[in-house]
Design a protein around this ligand. Structure first.
Ligand code: GCU
Length: 343
């Protein structure tokens, strides 16, 4: 399946290389400008559902001018590849995890901190606050791209093939896949596991072939990516709430006439709201499927020992990136207001 995806990725990239020159449907007489959006989730995932809603919205409002094409499942390459394609304008938009963006702008480090948000309400309020996200979303403009909205990706937790994680001590000696970001590697090593960074598309095979003992992600990875076929313990240590970010090529965005830009901005908000609504339903369905069909056991350890180990990362980050300090404190205000998730 992976082989097949790679062949498709090469094919899709070649098609883009040919059509990007004109930006229109090559040779078809179709004069509409093609807008390409890449992401790494399956077609039934909330991200794809939300981007399809965006496609429909833009084509409904500006369909005589634009033809929006959504490429799911890493068809255009890994997230890092897609960010680079968006940077150069080879494609117009892609969804990247906040973790990946840390290597493009240090400002993104903030949202990768473990236990940054006290509750999902504090997380959502913070991500909806322009004073918090604004400076971060714009920080890559010089690099040629900017964030246009955020996408909920729930809470990240550890899951393993065969070791129940009840406390940090259980992670000792285990090879755990993390996303390719310095913060994630540091977190994993502090918690006692052996951090194994790799791209999302390689995780299933790595788990199956026992190159790694486990990974960490939201519940959707168990079902949508099949990790629950191999991993039988999912442990709610709640270490991170890392958003996904829809990023766009700056030249494309800046060249849009004002009235069209407004319609695109409405489209970005639609992505956010549709995804968030779908997310709640999808996670619930994923938990049910994982438990009942894949035989995954969900564990609820005391999160405090995990949190205490990671605490030093907060002060260290503020000391290193002083510009982020006021934003960090603003998040703490939301944490005080929403200290726990209301059931
Ligand atoms: C989540 C997230 C993706 C990310 C993936 C990962 O699925 O939504 O954007 O790529 O985690 O762990 O790499």
């Amino acid at each position: 399946m992976k082989q097949c995806r790679r062949v498709l990725a090469v094919f899709a990239s070649m098609t883009i290389a040919v059509t990007a020159l004109s930006g229109c449907g090559a040779g078809s007489g179709d004069k509409r400008q093609i807008i390409r959006i890449g992401h790494n989730q399956a077609t039934d995932h909330p991200t794809n559902i939300a981007l399809t809603a965006f496609e429909e919205y833009i084509e409904e409002r500006l369909g005589d001018k634009y033809n929006v094409e959504v490429y799911p499942s890493e068809l255009l390459g890994s997230q890092t590849d897609m960010v680079q394609l968006t940077q150069t304008g080879a494609i117009d938009f892609c969804v990247a995890s906040n973790s990946i963006l840390e290597t493009f702008s240090e400002n993104y480090t903030l949202f990768n901190l473990p236990y940054l948000f006290a509750s999902s309400q504090a997380y959502h309020q913070s991500m909806d606050d322009p004073e918090i996200v604004g400076p971060i979303f714009e920080s890559t403009k010089k690099a040629g791209f900017q964030a246009v909205t955020w996408i909920d990706a729930g809470t990240r937790n550890f899951y393993t093939v065969s070791t129940p994680i009840e406390s940090p001590a259980d992670l000792k000696g285990l090879k755990i896949r993390v996303q390719q970001s310095p913060t994630n590697v540091e977190m994993m090593n502090l918690l006692g596991g052996s951090a194994t960074p790799m791209g999302f598309g390689d995780v299933y095979t790595a788990l199956q072939s026992k190159v790694i003992d486990g990974a960490e992600n939201n519940e959707m990875a168990l079902t949508s990516n099949g990790h629950g076929d191999v991993c039988k313990y999912y442990s709610y240590d709640m270490h991170q709430m890392i958003p996904d970010i829809l990023i766009g090529n700056c030249a494309f965005l800046d060249e849009l006439p004002e009235d069209e830009r407004e319609i695109f901005e409405e489209g970005f908000q639609l992505v956010n709201s549709v995804e968030r609504e779908e997310w709640v339903k999808s996670v619930e369905a994923a938990r049910e499927k994982a438990e009942n069909e894949q035989g995954v056991t969900f564990l609820y350890p005391d999160t405090k020992p995990f949190q205490e180990i990671c605490e030093s990362m907060h002060a260290k980050m503020i000391e290193k990136y002083t510009d982020l300090e006021p934003i960090y404190h603003k998040i703490q205000e939301y944490n005080t207001q929403y200290p726990t998730d209301a059931e």
